[in-house]
Design a protein around this ligand. Structure first.
Ligand code: DC
Length: 231
């Protein structure tokens, strides 16, 4: 059967990753979380003093980009791949609110985007991939056979994210999480390079009032119809 590329874009904490993972599993496709790549570069920048604690020296970070290696390593037990930064598993470290606070600044840098977009295009060369992010349908795979743009109210998204962070043992307030969600929405959709926007041919999917099962069922049948068309 012919394979397709599925691009899932949208605002932060709309549940893109959960949906993309489920879909990839159902179709036995590769799943790539591009946010993890921007987060890993952010972690590198924070650890090396290029951003955070009132400091910012992004030019120095850009010079070091060629020294950064990022890999998705499959974890058979968990059933998905984990992000490795220069050989170290950083899957947990990249999901903190601290990293979320700085990641949009890093994702604005043209050289960072260029490097990651090239890697992402390479990963999708053979199709059979579900990739989620902000610019997948517009920049990374403009020819993807299926494009989805996910939205939900900022409050619905902040509530989900807040629960997730509490479950992971982070000490955060709901207000702090809501502000981070709104700030990232603004920066992600107003940046100079590939701002977040819906591709013209993307299907818009508002899941504010939708459960996980319903959203998966809907998207899965859309994907199956799309596959029927191309084969
Ligand atoms: O999906 P996420 O919340 O883990 O993404 C983290 C940040 O990375 C998000 O605020 C914007 C940025 N990002 C991006 O600019 N382009 C992508 N393709 C993926 C993420």
């Amino acid at each position: 059967m012919q394979k397709i590329a599925i691009a899932i874009d949208g605002y932060s904490s709309t549940g893109k990753s959960t949906l993309a993972k489920q879909l990839a599993k159902a179709l036995t496709y590769k799943y790539i979380d591009t946010g993890a790549m921007y987060r890993a570069i952010t972690l590198f920048a924070m650890r090396n003093g290029f951003i955070g604690n009132g400091r910012e020296s992004l030019e120095a970070l850009v010079k070091l980009l060629p020294n950064i290696t990022l890999n998705f390593v499959p974890n058979e037990e968990l059933g998905f791949s984990e992000m490795y930064l220069n050989g170290e598993n950083v899957e947990k470290d990249i999901r903190t609110l601290e990293v979320s606070k700085y990641v949009s600044r890093i994702a604005e840098i043209g050289q960072v985007r260029h490097m990651l977009v090239e890697m992402q295009k390479e990963m999708g060369k053979e199709k059979g991939i579900v990739m989620d992010g902000r610019d997948i349908g517009t920049v990374v795979f403009p020819d993807a056979e299926l494009k989805v743009f996910m939205t939900a109210s900022p409050q619905a998204r902040a509530t989900r994210r807040y629960k997730e962070l509490l479950d992971r043992g982070e000490q955060v307030s709901y207000q702090e999480v809501l502000e981070n969600v709104q700030k990232r929405d603004y920066i992600d959709s107003h940046r100079e390079f590939s701002p977040l926007r819906k591709a013209e041919d993307a299907i818009e999917f508002d899941n504010s009032d939708m459960g996980l099962v319903e959203q998966f069922d809907r998207l899965h049948s859309i994907a199956l119809r799309c596959l029927e068309k191309v084969t």
